[in-house]
Design a protein around this ligand. Structure first.
Ligand SMILES: [Zn+2]
Length: 444
């Protein structure tokens, strides 16, 4: 068993996370198993692993930032290219779940079951929900505090589940920038104490603004991010549909497809600051799930952009022909062949949210129909008029049913993304000492 957390800040007073010709280097040693060490929570077995059998050495259980995050993303991109659609090669693809419905434990459970890394992200609305909708959100105070509290939850529990997690936030339009400012301030403070940021990365979505303004603001944030080992996800072109108050249901069709010249413009502007950015380029993506035929994905837009940028870079282009790390928004309801094609073009992250909203709700719906007659009052059910129903209406029961259904949906995602048996931990043993039917809980 390894002991962790004994050697934080091996070298103090250094410049921290800097970008050297686009290659980020962290001068401080980042604490592994940091939260369990800080809080004194138990950290044994998989929690205490220093690395994983099939991952780069820096990748460890818990939230990844700095070089560990860089190594994981590069690993994903390199291995994505070696698998072709239909092939069952182990591809460390990263799955991104918008955790607006307190489902982060289900995400962690699914990641461990699939022996894979995962990205968990909070939307602005999800962050506010974490804080509670009864709390005043003036100046995004509730969304900031909610996201910070969620971050500590994910940090603590990711170590316990023994999986690597990238902790991210979703769309941040211009008017929401104070939310990210609050989170960035929290990360900068966390960095002072721990040598790494609280969050791994943030998305800034200025796709509704002129491209010059979009790029200028992203440059400013990337400069600050790169000092503390954070990554920036930027959006170019527009993701259609509706998501968490971002309504793009009526945008012109051509805006749903990014142009190679625009992607190059972003690449050219950001790379001198840091190479730790990803581009959510539009290739017909739509948030939400619609009837078949209403969404026309064109993943080839991504490979054309990679080729265009590689040509512009000439001799300095990366040998894999994929200078850009792309992000796939609106993964819910997408055709598996489109998903797998996009992976081959340098997509290293796919967001899935609508489908997990449904799976969570469906779990509750099925629970209600299964136990309907036990859920109509505190006392009295088909077994007798005086029988108590407490164990049926205990909210944990329907929420657990929601989680189990969500984990099953996520199993399918991991399989679609060829993201199974990636870490090398093997099968997860059954959880022990969990309250089950024998001790009064309901079977799930
Ligand atoms: Zn999105």
């Amino acid at each position: 068993m390894k002991l962790f957390g004994l050697a934080l800040l091996l070298c103090g007073g250094v410049s921290g996370f800097t970008s050297v010709k686009g290659r980020a280097q962290n001068a401080r040693t980042i604490l592994r198993g940091g939260v369990s060490s800080d809080l004194g929570t138990p950290c044994e077995e998989e929690c205490a692993l220093e690395s994983f059998p099939n991952m780069p050495e820096s990748v460890h259980p818990g939230v990844l930032t700095g070089q560990a995050q860089v190594d994981l993303l590069n690993h994903a991109k390199e291995n994505g290219e070696s698998s072709s659609p239909g092939e069952h090669a182990a591809t460390p693809f990263l799955l991104s779940i918008a955790s607006r419905h307190l489902a982060s434990n289900a995400c962690l459970e699914a990641a461990r079951r699939n022996d894979a890394p995962i990205i968990i992200q909070f939307s602005s609305g999800g962050s506010q929900f974490y804080g509670g909708k009864g709390l005043d959100n003036k100046n995004y105070a509730a969304a900031i505090a909610g996201a910070v509290s969620g971050a500590f939850h994910v940090r603590t529990m990711a170590e316990q589940y023994g999986v690597p997690v990238i902790l991210h936030t979703d769309h941040c339009a211009k008017k929401l920038l104070p939310w990210i400012d609050g989170l960035l301030a929290a990360s900068e403070r966390y960095y002072e104490k721990h040598g790494e940021p609280l969050f791994s990365s943030h998305m800034i979505d200025l796709s509704e603004e002129p491209i010059e303004e979009n790029i200028d603001i992203c440059k400013d944030y990337l400069s600050r991010f790169s000092k503390i080992g954070m990554l920036l996800e930027m959006e170019l072109g527009i993701t259609g549909g509706e998501e968490d108050g971002v309504n793009n249901e009526d945008v012109p069709l051509e805006d749903l497809y990014s142009k190679p010249e625009e992607i190059y413009q972003v690449y050219d502007a950001l790379t001198p600051i840091s190479d730790q950015f990803t581009v959510a380029a539009a290739f017909g993506n739509v948030h939400g799930v619609y009837s078949p035929g209403n969404v026309k994905l064109e993943p080839k837009i991504l490979t054309r952009a990679q080729a265009y940028i590689s040509e512009k870079l000439g001799g300095s282009a990366p040998s894999d022909g994929k200078p850009v790390k792309f992000v796939f928004h609106g993964g819910s309801g997408s055709d598996v062949s489109d998903i797998q094609e996009a992976i081959g073009y340098g997509v290293i992250k796919m967001n899935i949210d609508t489908d997990t909203q449904w799976s969570y709700w469906e779990g509750i719906k099925n629970f209600e129909s299964k136990y309907h007659d036990y859920l109509q009052g505190q006392i009295g059910n088909p077994e007798g008029p005086t029988k108590p129903n407490k164990k049926y209406y205990d909210p944990r029961e329907c929420m657990r049913a929601a989680e189990v259904n969500t984990v099953t949906r996520l199993d399918q995602c991991f399989a679609d993304l060829k993201c199974v048996n990636i870490l090398g931990l093997g099968e997860k043993a059954d959880a022990e000492n969990v309250l089950g039917p024998r001790r009064g809980g309901l079977p799930v």
